[in-house]
Design a protein around this ligand. Structure first.
Ligand code: ADP
Length: 228
């Protein structure tokens, strides 16, 4: 589903964020990216949805080499990828429903289909009854659920989550990860960057550890290990 081959990223300020990274993620994987702040986790996620480009190497996403794709092709790539952020990034003056439906409007989905898919996505995160609430009227956990609904509304093959539980208490964090796990069981490949040791240790999924832009561990059914 995703392959990185000899990928390096040097940002314009001279910082090397990734060094010669090789990585293979199969369809249907659930994978944790762990490592200290600044080790390159977000950079990997941004490369997958083409927010950043690599300086050298090759990246294949959903069977397609994305290293050299044109600007015009980026929206098509992103239609197959849902993204969830630590700080939610919801439209503040729009309801939960609008936040989810908007993701479909912008790609030209018709009204009837928008209604059907938005209802299904909100229902799958258990928030259909709060469809008319504004983000400020929702708890942090509920806001993250809306973000997940927005990310999956278009049935993506890949879901990328950058510290999705970073602003949540432990119980809510666990609920959110269980939700991501249910989405994964239905076939979506999930990649989650996290600092949350207890979640990683409880889930026993594949763990990729980074340090200083290098892959230092790749383990099936792994644990967090190491510094935060
Ligand atoms: P993590 O997600 O593990 O905290 P990042 O991928 O965000 O790590 O960052 C890796 C390194 O790249 C860090 O040293 C960070 O400061 C640097 N970095 C990240 N984004 C940028 C950017 N846009 N410009 C310059 N340096 C960046």
């Amino acid at each position: 589903m995703i392959a990185f081959q000899g990928v390096s990223v040097v940002y314009p300020n001279g910082v090397t964020a990734l060094r010669d990274l090789d990585l293979k993620i199969e369809k249907g994987d659930f994978l944790f990216l762990v490592g200290p702040t600044g080790s390159g986790k977000s950079t990997i996620l941004k490369l997958i949805y083409r927010e950043e480009v690599c300086t050298s190497g090759r990246i294949i996403v959903a069977g397609k080499e994305i290293t050299g794709i044109s600007r015009r092709q980026i929206p098509y790539l992103r239609r197959g990828i849902g993204v969830v952020f630590q700080d939610f990034k919801l439209l503040p003056r729009r309801t939960a429903w609008d936040n989810v439906a908007f993701a479909l409007h912008v790609i030209g989905v018709g009204r009837t289909e928008v209604k059907r898919q938005a209802a299904k996505a909100l229902d799958s995160v258990g928030l259909l009854h709060k469809a008319d609430a504004l983000p400020t009227e929702l708890s942090a956990g509920e806001q993250q659920r809306v973000c997940i609904a927005r990310a999956i509304v278009n049935n993506p093959v890949i879901l990328v989550a950058d510290e999705p539980t970073g602003n949540l208490d432990p119980d809510t964090s666990w609920d959110i990860v269980q939700l991501l796990s249910r989405i994964n069981v239905k076939g979506t490949t999930v990649i989650m960057a996290t600092h949350d040791r207890s979640i990683v240790d409880r889930m026993r999924k594949r763990v990729i550890a980074l340090q200083n832009g290098r892959l230092v561990r790749d383990e099936d059914k792994g644990a967090y290990i190491g510094e935060l």
